[in-house]
Structure formats: C-alpha cells, structure tokens
Design a protein around this ligand. Structure first.
Ligand code: GDP
Length: 622
C-alpha cells in the first residue's frame, strides 16, 4: 500500500494539500464526509486512503468521479491530500517558515446565509498566508423545490431545475458575490471565470446529494497544477509540519505530522521545536491507520519502514511531551550538524517572539498551537486592529501567565489583559486574575477576541476621558470679530472666528503677549452659532463665545480649575488688557498635552497636533 501512496506522477509532481475553512455549520465536515463516503459506497478502483489527519485521493479516483465533466481530462498530479479537520487550526498549523503549507483551500459558504463572521476571518487568514482558494457555495439543495440528482456535475443539475429555483440560485449567488466584493474579492461562478487567478471561483455544491462535488475535485486539481507547478515539484528535502501533539494510550506522546516533501524513515534522527528548547529524538515508529477493510483492528496502526510525501503520519518517539504544534520537523542528515538544525528548529518560535512589541507595553496572548498563535498575532498587527503584544504563550492559561500579565497593571492598566485563543484557563489562574485585576478574554474565533477587547478598551477609555475631562485642553486660535464685543469683562462675551483648531466648551482661553506673559480669560462657558448652542466650533466657523473665570465643566468637580478663579481686582477687560489685535488661544499645559496624548491621540488630526506643538512653543512648555 505504501507504494500506491507514494506513487509519483509522470511530471514528478507531489500531491497538493488541501484544507477546508469556513463559518461553523456551513457544511465543512459534511462536505468532507461526502467526498469520502461516495467513494466507500461505490467501492471503485483506486480507493481513497485514510491517513493520519488527512485523506488521500489518488488520481484514478478523482478521474473516475469527474468523468461526467467534459473538461476533466488532463490531470497530472498524482492525487490530492485533504486535511481531515476542517477549520482554522489545521490551516494555521500547516506552516513552514512563516508561510502557508496548504496549497489550496476550500472556503465553504452556506448559500442560504452568505458571508458570516468566520467566513471573513477565513478570508483574512487565506490572504495573510497568500493561499489560493475556491468557494464551495454549499447547501444548494435547500433552494426552494430543488430537484437533486446525486453526485451530478453542478451545471447538469442546475439546468434541470425549475425556473424559480434557478432564479433564487442566481439572486443568492449574486448577493454573495457582492458581499465578497465588499471584502475586496472578485468572484465568479467557475465556468464563467475567465481568469482564475484574478477572480475566486465559486462552485455551488450540496454535501447531502453530492451535487457539485465532481466540479470541486476537478477545480482543486486544475488550479493547483496550473498555478503552482513549481511549488508542487517533488523534492527530496524533507518538508514536514507538526499538526498535533497527542497522548495516545500505549504509545505515549505522539506527533501527527504532514509530510509535504521528502521521505521519513524509521530510526531517523529528528529535531522539533519545543516549549523548553529544541527536542532531538529518534523516530521509533511511522504509523498510518489500517486500510478501510481492516478498521476492525481498532486502535492499532500500520507500521512503515519509510513513508514518502505527501502524507499524514503519526510519529512515536521519546521526549515529545513539549513539542509545539504548528512547527517544522527536521531530519538530521548524515553529514549534518545537529546544533545548526536545533537552531533552525527554534526559529519558528523566535520568529513569533519577534512580533512582541519592543516598547514592552501590550497585552499577553495565548493560543493552543504556534500556528494559531501566529495567526492571532498577525491579526492583532493589521493596521485596523493594531493591538500591541508584550507576551506570548502556548497552551492553557496558568497562574504564571497571570503574573506576567499583571506587570502591565502599573504601566498601562488596560493592557493587563490576556487574550486566550482556543485555550483553557485553569480555575487557579482565573481566581488570581480576579484578585489582581487582570482581564482574561477567551474565544475560539479571533474576531470575537478582538471585539471583546476593543469593547473593553472603549469602556476604559471613556472612563478615563470622563476622569480627565477637565484636564484635556483642545487647541484653538480665535480672532475677535470687529464690532462683536458684547460684554467686556467676566463673563466676557465676544464674537470670534476660529482661525485654527477647534473651540470647545470647557477650554481655558488666554491672550499670549510678546514678553511670554499671558492673560487668562477663564474657560469657554458656552458657544452659539447663529443663536444655536453648540459644544464645538470648527476651524473657519464664526461663533459667539462666553468665557467665564468661574466656569468648570462639572459643578461638582474635584477639579483643578485652570486657570485659577480670579478675584474682581484681577478681572481682565477688553479694551484695557487686550484688544481686537490680540489672538485668543487655548491655554495648554504639559499635563493637558499628556492627557490628550493618552486619551485622544487618534481623535486629533495631524494638523491639530501641529497646532499643539505651535502652542507649546508659545507657552514655552518643555
Ligand atoms: P461544519 O460546522 O461547517 O463542519 O458543518 P457540518 O458539516 O457539521 O454541517 C452543519 C449542518 O448542516 C448539519 O446538520 C449538516 O447535515 C447540514 N448540511 C451540511 N451540508 C449540507 C448541504 O449541502 N445541504 C443541506 N441541506 N444540509 C447540509
């Protein structure tokens, strides 16, 4: 059997590796079952092979199943290796030196639901890894009065549908194409798709009736061999990635790997990346499940002396307890130096460590595997998200992780947070977190973690803004309009034009003079534009402004009143202390700049920040 598995094609291409992604309940598992079951039932030649974590479809099999498609003649790859566990985790673990090992992916979308949160997350992941994909528009059998024809090519069965069913199909497909467009993806039904590199191909399918499955198989093969011939060239150098680390009764800790290129032998010395440094060990056994008919022999595996790519394999060896899923497996060749390979093996971990924010300020993130940790880190780094990370870890959240996150309490409280992606939190860790004030957010969708954390950030930010409202001084330069002085002294009421920045109720206003002194006029107590009360007047607007030295934002405020409330003798008067020629500016301070930087950094435009710098000069703030 091993020979059948390792058969090469005439061009010596290896089998492409395919993953299935998509939102929960779209039919990923069912689609995989459907691809497999039809085979088992029909018991045709060149049957599929169950491997570890993957199913192998030899080309004879695919050829047989696509024979009704006129265009399905020229298939040159030896077969197709489909990863059995659908979803993000296996996709993200199929990685090699930071890039994706999955050659092609199927993104499953439910035709009745369109794009859902995990669909978008999958699209983002596929983009990050630059993995080509096709869309299976699944559950077409749920269209009103659909007439199924088992395992038929989709165009044949579409033609047989009533007009209203066809029309519903078209409307829904179009809507989904628009939704994909909103994600900046061009898409097209695959038979209309002229340039498959530029637009994503859509294949309508039903995992219940098997309709569209021939088309799906055909397209997977066609696209991989057309688009990535070079990548699929078989090479003898071992390329192998750890998908899962599992404890198996009787075998101890084993690793499930996907061998993408090269050959593995029993007795090979291997190196894998571990939590506590590189693990150097020797392959004790190379295992695959028994062929279908022998499945009765439950729990036992078939042993191999050697296995050639592409394959899903279980490896037993000593010392694998701390191996990390999602990392590379290296074989130490005869003349190779173990130390160099050890270093190489730890690069995976190092590359991820390199993503930690240099400032040392940020949240802690934790995931179950290196692949998913990396996906989460990549996501957090995207410009729209931009959440700094100060610490990473793999596996369940323990007390030590809480201790590490608590360091942030002193520096930046909101970052004293752990984003836990698809990992458990031990009860002791939760207790300690509560005690210390460390936040833990858990989710099995990256997206949800982001939502939870941003909602939390927003809350704490609003809280902080409320607490520092008196101290936040926004920048403005105002000019008194001719004939618009309505009250000369406290409360001063004048008409002004906003020359720069913006005037906001609560802003302390002063008149700077050339000798570096300034005359404080109090805070803006109210603003009116055309007799309408406003809170803010923007650059260029003309506004009636009342400034009062007794005004504070909150009458109950514990606040520092900047400037201090002035007595009568100190009252500043238009005509005596200042005039039409004088500009009125916000009286900023070192503290007010810091408050703005901390709480309003993104709300102020670069022009407004420039104005702050200019005012800083006027007030000689260091
Ligand atoms: P997953 O979460 O994406 O793996 O989704 P499953 O494969 O578990 O399917 C979710 C539900 O949808 C199950 O009840 C399936 O029977 C059903 N389902 C999946 N594919 C189809 C399909 O093509 N047609 C119909 N009618 N139901 C489907």
């Amino acid at each position: 059997m091993a020979e059948a598995l390792t058969k090469r094609s005439a061009d010596d291409l290896r089998s492409p590796i395919c993953c299935i992604l998509g939102h929960v309940d779209t039919g990923k598992t069912k689609l995989l079952d459907c691809i497999r079951r039809t085979n088992v039932q029909e018991g045709e030649a060149g049957g599929i092979t169950q491997q570890i974590g993957a199913t192998y479809f030899p080309m004879e099999n695919i050829r047989e199943r696509t024979k009704e498609l006129p265009e399905a003649a020229n298939m040159r790859v030896p077969g197709l290796l489909v990863i059995d566990t659908p979803g993000h985790e296996s996709f993200t673990n199929l990685r090699s030196r930071g890039s994706g090992l999955c050659d092609i992916a199927i993104l499953v979308i439910d035709i009745m639901h369109g794009l859902e949160p995990q669909t978008i997350e999958s699209i983002n992941l596929l983009r990050m890894r630059k993995t080509p994909f096709i869309v299976a528009l699944n559950k077409v059998d749920r269209l009103y009065q659909w007439k199924p024809r088992n395992n038929a090519p989709i165009r044949t069965t579409l033609q047989e549908q009533e007009r209203h069913t066809k029309s519903e199909f078209e409307t829904r497909t179009k809507q989904i194409m628009v939704q994909l467009q909103e994600q900046s993806l061009n898409s097209e039904l695959y038979w209309k798709n002229k340039d498959k590199r530029k637009a994503v191909s859509i294949i309508p399918t039903s995992a219940i009736s098997g309709e569209g499955i021939p088309d799906l198989l055909y397209l997977l093969v066609l696209l991989t061999q057309e688009m990535m011939e070079k990548k699929l060239m078989y090479v003898s150098e071992v390329e192998c990635t750890v998908l899962e680390v599992k404890v198996v009764e009787g075998l101890g800790t084993t690793i499930d790997v996907v061998l993408v290129n090269g050959v593995l032998h029993e007795g090979d010395q291997i190196v894998v990346c571990g939590m506590q440094g590189p693990i150097v060990t020797t392959i004790r056994a190379l295992l695959t499940p028994h062929p279908m008919k022998e499945l009765r022999v439950k729990g036992s595996y078939q042993h191999h002396k050697e296995l050639k790519a592409a394959q899903g394999i279980k490896i037993t060896a000593q010392g694998l307890e701390h191996a990390i899923a999602g990392t590379q497996l290296y074989v130490v060749g005869e003349d190779e130096d173990v130390e160099t390979i050890k270093e190489e093996a730890m690069k995976d971990m190092k590359s991820v460590m390199g993503r930690i924010d240099k400032s040392g300020e940020g949240v802690c993130v934790q995931a179950s595997t290196l692949g998913s940790l990396e996906a989460l880190l990549e996501f957090l780094k995207t410009p729209d998200v931009n959440i700094p990370v100060s610490g990473i870890s793999i596996g369940p959240v323990h007390k030590k992780d809480i201790m590490r996150a608590s360091v942030m309490l002193e520096r930046k409280k909101e970052y004293a947070t752990i984003l836990a992606f698809d990992v458990k939190v031990t009860p002791e860790a939760r207790e300690l977190a509560e005690e210390l004030g460390v936040k833990i957010f858990t989710a099995d969708i990256i997206y949800h973690l982001f939502d939870q954390f941003t909602a939390y950030l927003k809350n704490t930010r609003e809280e902080k803004r409320r607490d520092t409202a008196e101290e936040a001084i926004f920048p403005c330069i105002l000019k008194i309009l001719p004939n618009c002085v309505f009250n000369k002294k406290d409360p001063i009421i004048v008409g002004v034009v906003v020359l720069d920045g913006f005037a906001k109720v609560g802003t302390p206003i002063c008149v700077p003079s050339k000798d570096g002194e300034f005359i404080d006029l109090g805070r803006i107590a109210s603003l009116e534009i055309n007799h309408k009360v406003v809170d803010v007047a923007k650059k260029g607007e003309e506004v009636a402004m009342k400034a009062s030295s007794g005004f504070t934002l909150f009458s109950f405020a514990h606040s520092v009143v900047v400037p201090q409330i002035m007595g009568d003798e100190n009252q500043k008067m238009f005509g005596r202390h200042f005039d039409y020629d004088d500009l009125l500016v916000s009286h900023i301070t070192r503290r007010s700049i810091d408050v703005l930087k901390e709480n309003y950094r993104t709300e102020l435009s670069s022009e407004e920040w420039k104005l702050i710098m200019k005012l800083k000069g006027i007030f000689r703030i260091l």
